[in-house]
Design a protein. Structure first.
Length: 580
């Protein structure tokens, strides 16, 4: 009865599969396959029982007892592709989508191969089933040929394969579809974010371009405003030709410490002229010597050519120096005149006038005044004395460069960030003319040199008088030094280390200097100096740690620094002494 039931269902399924295969629809009904599997299990578990990995071991063993090669040859070409672990645990994410698709493609391919196996061997499957049923009825045991066993085993395994893999593929396709949707959403989100970032970058670049353009425009306008301000300043100070020097404010330090501006200007021009003369002159022509194998005629020709070349070079240098002379003079005037500053600024309320004194460097340049209404004077003075307050002057050179004259001056409130709002106040000044001829510059330089010589002589006389005064009380002095035996000079404390001392005996008593006490008498070279009266005794004793040191005692005369006596002591506890 069981056999009949199984045969009937089996044939029914077989014909259903055959019809499906005939219609070229290889997606078999899951329900049909499941029914077959259950019927197979119910019919005879000894032969058609299933475990998780295919037909039962008992069924395999029975087949292999008769036909050992059956299991190895069933469903040739088909492989079982294990589904990814994330699919079993329902933990797949977008990063595993390529792995899932690869598995799906391989499993689908094997599924088609299994379906092709059933379709291609359908008739033999039916005959094998009938044969098995007949044999089981007659002999109550398996009685099939190897080919029939192969078909039965293959059909059961293929059925299970189709059920299991199709279910896995259904789940996998759903997961893949969901992940593909998520991936597409991520791609769209990435595109959106990329587009937004690109838009932000484009906006930032445009803003940066506009900011740069605005900055450049502002810088250009500031440059134009500054140029316009200086043009007004030049007009106010009457800068009409190349011989007029505009001197403005600056941070330069005074070049000269002279208190007289005319002297400072002449000294600056003298040095500039001296530099020009050095550039223009290469010294006297040196007569060449006649060669031993040179005829007199050839020598004279060569000497004449060398002289001509020398004179031409000198003339070229002179012309170049002359062409540079105006520019060099103008720079020398700026050097002598800067930095310009207000020495004083006082307001006369009755006259409504500012009285100003201008200094150039350390020297007083000129005095002047400017009219300012009373109601504006307080704010104007505050502005002029602030960091924005400055002084500017123009100095005119005559065409022959013989005279430099202060032409005009102005008080300025200059605003670097807004030159158009700066203020210019022309000063009424007293006339200042300074001779700058070569003779005048030379005379000024000679006077300065003579003045410096007199100052140096007075300094020497003061020093000599001071020495004489000291010599009356201390006609001598002692210099105490220390040296390592290898030759290096060290502080005198090196020789006194370990109990050494310097002892001075005079009519006033005894003074002793140990390593600490001698410190206040030591100069930057480590040498101790002690003043000595007419009558004295001085002793230097090395300390316990002076094995490799030598102390030196030098007695000198205060008046002329002449050396009177030199004594040395080498080694620990060694000493030298001298008395007068």
């Amino acid at each position: 009865m069981k056999s009949l039931k199984f045969s009937t269902i089996f044939l029914f399924i077989s014909f259903a599969i055959f019809n499906l295969a005939s219609a070229q629809n290889l997606s078999y009904s899951k329900e049909t396959l499941k029914n077959f599997k259950e019927e197979c299990l119910a019919y005879d578990r000894q032969f058609f029982s299933y475990n998780n990995h295919g037909p039962s071991l008992a069924f395999e063993r029975r087949l292999k007892e008769r036909w050992p090669s059956v299991k190895e040859s069933y469903i040739k070409g088909a492989e079982y592709h294990s589904q990814p672990w994330c699919l079993e645990d329902s933990e797949c994410d977008v990063s595993r989508i390529d792995e899932l698709i690869s598995w799906r493609d391989k499993a689908s391919k094997s599924l088609l191969e299994v379906e092709s196996f059933i379709t291609d061997n359908f008739q033999e499957l039916v005959e094998a089933t009938k044969s098995y049923e007949t044999a089981f009825k007659r002999y109550k045991r398996m009685q099939v040929t190897r080919r029939e066993g192969y078909m039965l085993y293959g059909f059961c395994a293929a059925t299970r394969y189709l059920i299991e893999v199709s279910e896995q593929l259904d789940t996998g396709n759903k997961v893949i579809a969901q992940l593909q949707q998520e991936k597409q959403q991520q791609i769209e989100l990435t595109k959106k974010r990329k587009a937004e970032r690109k838009a932000r970058e484009a906006k930032a670049a445009e803003e940066a371009r506009l900011a740069k353009q605005k900055k450049e425009q502002a810088a250009e306008k500031l440059k134009q405003d500054t140029a316009a301000f200086y043009q007004k300043l030049e007009e106010l100070l009457k800068i009409t030709n190349d011989n007029t020097v505009l001197v403005t404010w600056g941070d330069a330090k005074p070049q000269y410490k002279l208190q007289d501006y005319a002297t400072a200007l002449q000294l600056s021009l003298y040095r500039a002229l001296d530099h020009l003369d050095a550039e223009a002159s290469s010294g006297a022509f040196k007569q060449p010597e006649k060669g031993e194998f040179e005829t007199t005629e050839k020598f004279n020709q060569r000497a004449a050519k060398e002289r001509a070349d020398f004179e031409a070079a000198q003339e070229k240098a002179r012309v170049e120096a002359e062409n540079k002379k105006l520019d060099v003079y103008k720079q020398a005037i700026k050097n002598a005149t800067t930095p310009l500053a207000l020495a004083s600024l006082d307001y006369n309320a009755d006259r409504e006038v500012f009285d100003a004194i201008i200094k150039a460097g350390n020297a007083s340049l000129t005095e002047g005044h400017v009219q300012v209404p009373l109601d504006e004077a307080k704010a104007m003075k505050k502005a002029l004395l602030s960091d924005d307050g400055h002084v500017a002057v123009s100095i005119q050179l005559d065409d022959e460069l013989k005279t430099a004259a202060l032409k005009a001056a102005a008080l300025v409130v200059f605003k670097p960030e807004a030159p158009h709002s700066s203020t210019l106040l022309p000063l009424s000044i007293s006339e200042v003319k300074i001779p700058i001829t070569r003779d005048a510059l030379q005379a000024n330089y000679n006077a300065l040199v003579a003045k410096q010589d007199r100052a140096r002589q007075r300094q020497r006389e003061r020093e000599m008088a001071l020495k004489q005064s000291r010599a009356e009380q201390y006609p001598y002095y002692a210099e105490i030094s220390c040296r390592v035996n290898s030759g290096a000079d060290v502080s005198v404390q090196g020789c006194l280390d370990g109990g050494g001392e310097v002892q001075l005996t005079t009519e006033s008593g005894i003074e002793a200097y140990d390593i600490a006490g001698i410190y206040r008498l030591i100069d930057s070279n480590g040498v101790a100096t002690i003043k000595l009266p007419e009558s004295f005794k001085i002793m230097v004793m090395n300390g316990a740690d002076a094995d490799y040191f030598t102390s030196k005692l030098v007695i000198k005369r205060t008046l002329d620094d002449a050396i009177i006596k030199t004594l040395t002591a080498s080694g620990s506890y060694k000493s030298v002494a001298i008395s007068n």
